[in-house]
Design a protein around this ligand. Structure first.
Ligand SMILES: Nc1ncnc2c1ncn2[C@@H]1O[C@H](COP(=O)(O)OP(=O)(O)OP(=O)(O)O)[C@@H](O)[C@H]1O
Length: 280
């Protein structure tokens, strides 16, 4: 018997109100269904405006769902609000494109990282401090980073801080909405390596929203292609990237740079390890 997926999206629909009183709401997502397994990375690609971010926001409870269900470990979380929704932050986290906007500039990094920890079970100051030091080490930042402010870090370092915050309470799944697209190529590769490593050690799943097929192929086991709010193609990332069926993926593949084979091998190895641990 196969294990319950971490995330199940079943017939999801999202409508936004249209401008103008007489106009019916605009359908942005229609009848979208997919699953994400434990320690699995599923990529969500599609042209701008196809609804990728809206799906991520619906999972995070930031956008109201007008139809269908969102299940976390088999539990229906579609319409949870208030305290019940906040309690889910242990299990679902997000990393967004812009590390500049997603960290509070007025708080030292240590305080930002302490927030999710303090929101969980009670801990002493010493325990929190130790945990923060461990998190910073894990994402490759020095201990004294805790006392500095976001403005004192580079874009790549800030994204590492955002990743540290997302993994602080070992969530079941992280919604990654173009987490590397604001970074240069080297920093992007380092951030993806970090996410892979964390998946191997922590076993968290990723729903990875991106426009970058090279990233998809290296990082995600499966890929969903979205167009006008519907899934138009889905399968193992190698199939979607090597034998694209849809016009959008064909165009993307034609425009994608040739991926680095060494990096690809490393990512495949990490994925296999994470999957083996998840099924052990
Ligand atoms: N708050 C909102 N109110 C009304 N319409 C919205 C709102 N947010 C998004 N939309 C519309 O929903 C559609 C999907 O937007 P979404 O941001 O999910 O697309 P996307 O695939 O993530 O695009 P991109 O790749 O450019 O980030 C777009 O047509 C957008 O204009």
């Amino acid at each position: 018997m196969s294990a319950t997926p971490v995330l199940q999206i079943d017939g999801l629909a999202v409508h936004y109100p249209s401008r103008g009183l007489r106009k019916p709401p605009t359908t942005v997502i229609e009848n979208v269904s997919f699953e994400v397994g434990r320690a699995e990375t599923v990529a969500l690609v599609g042209e701008s405006g196809s609804g990728k971010t809206t799906i991520g926001r619906a999972v995070l409870g930031l956008t109201p769902v007008s139809g269908g269900r969102v299940l976390l470990d088999g539990r229906d979380i579609t319409h949870l609000t208030g305290r019940a929704r906040r309690a889910l932050s242990t299990d679902i986290q997000a990393i967004f494109q812009n590390p500049y906007g997603s960290l509070n500039p007025a708080l030292p990094v240590g305080r930002t990282l302490a927030e999710p920890l303090l929101a969980g079970s009670p801990r002493s100051r010493g325990e929190v401090r130790d945990h923060i030091t461990g998190l910073l080490r894990r994402v490759g930042l020095p201990e004294d980073a805790a006392d500095r402010y976001p403005a004192q870090f580079s874009g790549g370092q800030r994204q590492r801080i955002a990743i540290a915050r997302a993994v602080a309470r070992q969530p079941r799944i992280i919604i990654c909405d173009e987490p590397t697209s604001a970074l240069d190529v080297t920093t992007q590769a380092a951030a993806l390596d970090l996410l892979s490593e964390l998946q191997t050690t922590l076993g968290c799943a990723y729903l990875f929203i991106t426009h970058d097929l090279a990233v998809v192929k290296e990082f995600a086991a499966r890929t969903l292609v979205l167009q006008h709010g519907r899934i138009v193609e889905e399968g193992p990332s190698t199939d979607v990237c090597d034998r694209p069926r849809h016009e959008y993926t064909r165009r993307l593949v034609a425009a994608a740079p040739v991926p680095d084979p060494v990096l690809q091998r490393k990512r495949r190895q990490q994925r296999t390890e994470a999957e083996a641990e998840a099924t052990a």
